[in-house]
Ligand binder design. Sequence first.
Ligand code: PHE
Length: 331
Amino acid sequence: SIKGYEQEIEKAATSEELYQIKVKYLGKKGLISGLNKQLKDVPNEDKKEFGMKLGELRNGFEALFNSKETEIAKSELDAKLEKEALDITMEGFPLSAGSQHPIMSIYYEIADIFGSMGFEVAVGPEVELDRYNFEMLNIPQEHPARDMQDTFYISDEVVMRTHTSPVQARVMESKEPPIKIIAPGKVYRCDYDITHTPMFHQVEGLLVDKNVTFADLKGTLTTFIQRMFGSGVPVRFRPSFFPFTEPSAEVDMGCTICGSKGCRVCKGTGWIEILGSGMCNDELYRHAGYEPGIYSGFAFGMGIERIAMLKYGIGDLRSFFENNLKFLRQF
Ligand code: PHE
């Protein structure tokens, strides 16, 4: 019977189902609309009653339909809101900030120590003239020291600097003593194995003034090493050769290597070289245009990676440059 709509509306669960019911009864070909069309064929005396019944039927349908429509709209909205709800108590993803590279941390430690002794920071170019990298440092053409350092040549006159020592020459050329500087930076040598990478970092030091002696060199470098590695660390100065210093000394420290598994005395002699140094060769003053016989001074150079390896107990130099976050996050 046409009263079936009551049950149908009652059972409708979605607005789509409800809409289909509306079509079925009130649509153009709907059941109630069909009755409307029959009205004209009803005998006149019955028309009034038929019309009233039809009106009631339509009103009944619409009342039921509207209340169901409100009910479904509400429950559908509730479901939608529930589904889209934002759980503001949910934990977010942690944002990881970058951190300082261990080479930089060690450099800042070095710079702090020399800074506290009154050294200032100077810099020079990484792409350097042969003149500063070699000539001015008393390393002429054909000098065997040029082979000692496997140089990357850009052209006959231009090289990737093989050490930070050219900054010495540049600073001396630009000013008269007193000079008291460190010069950090990248240096380049054509070499690659467990203890060599084609790019690494050095810190140069230069002090030129009147009456500077070898004792000043020893005192300065001993202080540096003991501030860096501990006040009890033994330090030894061993005669050596560099074309730009005379006399020259390599500086060793008694080594204990400390890592995550504790500390151990390093292999071999128990000493490890960490610095090259010496009293500035008079040739450098001559190149700088200083009047002879007035000034004396010392210079030194060290590899930052080597110091970092000793300090952190790292075995493979190459790990500094592989950008492995597991490695880098340890520092
Ligand atoms: N430039 C030298 C090197 O790279 C180190 C050094 C610097 C030695 C200053 C003496 C004085 O090996």
